[in-house]
Design a protein around this ligand. Sequence first.
Ligand code: NAD
Ligand code: TDX
Length: 340
Amino acid sequence: MKTIFVTGGAGFIGSAFVRLVLEENADVEIINFDALTYAGNLENLIGLDDARHKFVKGDICVKEEVFAALPENTEAIFNFAAESHVDRSIASASEFVLTNVLGTQVLLDAARAKNVRRFVQISTDEVHGSLPEDDNAFFSETSPIQPNSPYAASKAAAEHFVRAAFETFGVDTITTRCGNNYGPRQFPEKLIPLMISNAMNDEPLPVYGDGRNVRDWIFVEDHARAIWLAYEKGRAGESYNIGARNERQNIEVVKSILDVLGKPHSLIKFVSDRLGHDRRYAIDAAKVETELGWEAQTTWESGLRKTIEWYRANQDWVSRIRNGAYRDYYKNHYGMEIGA
Ligand code: NAD
Ligand code: TDX
């Protein structure tokens, strides 16, 4: 048995990764270490193989908790734990500095102290800043790091500490930078689940600015598969940009959701733009395709349908969130109430 230590495994992407790894690797057991912030949800882990999956509640910023949970000679750390929502980072950045930067450094220290074989940092394409919408440029591994939001700045800072651990101490590191994920169990503050849940409730769909910002969307399981391949086949000290070559304007995404749900486009409500709103993200995935042999398996059309189906079938999951602290966040951020 190989033991891997996954942080943030009760969140959206971390839980998809845990599920996939357990399903596809009979010789792997997982310690899932998560602080259960507003975004962490034990319901995301229902149905997992308990013999090979151990959940530990803990904070990556607290050295004693990390060191107590991380066994000597662990095969790999996968660091998903983060504050992940750009709008929240604009409202208040300190939590982002703490978890995303300090937390990553605590894990790097623990990796050295406990002789962890490989450290995989889950980063984001947003560290590269923004691309113009009207040219053919893409983010590659050599694009400059020029983050624009406090969230992106914290993820970029974390990447620098990962690089420093590799260069200074020889920690075996891999950094992955993925574009916008979508799929089951994504917290409804993010564009796609927000629009699905509001549309299901016949509530306004708040689109920022002119709705023509572009994101490069990837189905969450395709991202999880790419991370596993990067861990298995990636070269120490390297970074890997992950994307499904699937650029869409926000307004197109929102209209597609309404169409699948059979709801009118009149639910769309243009609202004030996000401060510092990045115009376009687009990823050149040549390195993961050629070096790791990865390609996306889910088309946009089938992934979006699967995602909408999941939210339709799991309305209790959504309601529990919309009836919790998220209700206050929503009112504060959008100046509107949401239903249950
Ligand atoms: P999420 O917000 O759904 O989940 C984050 C998880 O981390 C939660 O379970 C939360 O409880 C946990 N967590 C937060 N602070 C913690 C702490 N101090 N200690 C331990 N656990 C803590 O996020 P997500 O969308 O699943 O993103 C996962 C990772 O992938 C993040 O690092 C994010 O930056 C990165 N990423 C996300 C996307 C995307 O589109 N969502 C794209 C690229 C990269
Ligand atoms: O209410 C909204 N209205 C709207 O128009 C929200 C929440 C978003 N948007 C727009 C802003 C973006 O152009 O939709 C786009 C996507 O927004 P988010 O879902 O907030 O994602 P984004 O800001 O692009 O960042 C995401 O991708 C990279 C994740 O949240 C990050 O964790 C990841 O690193």
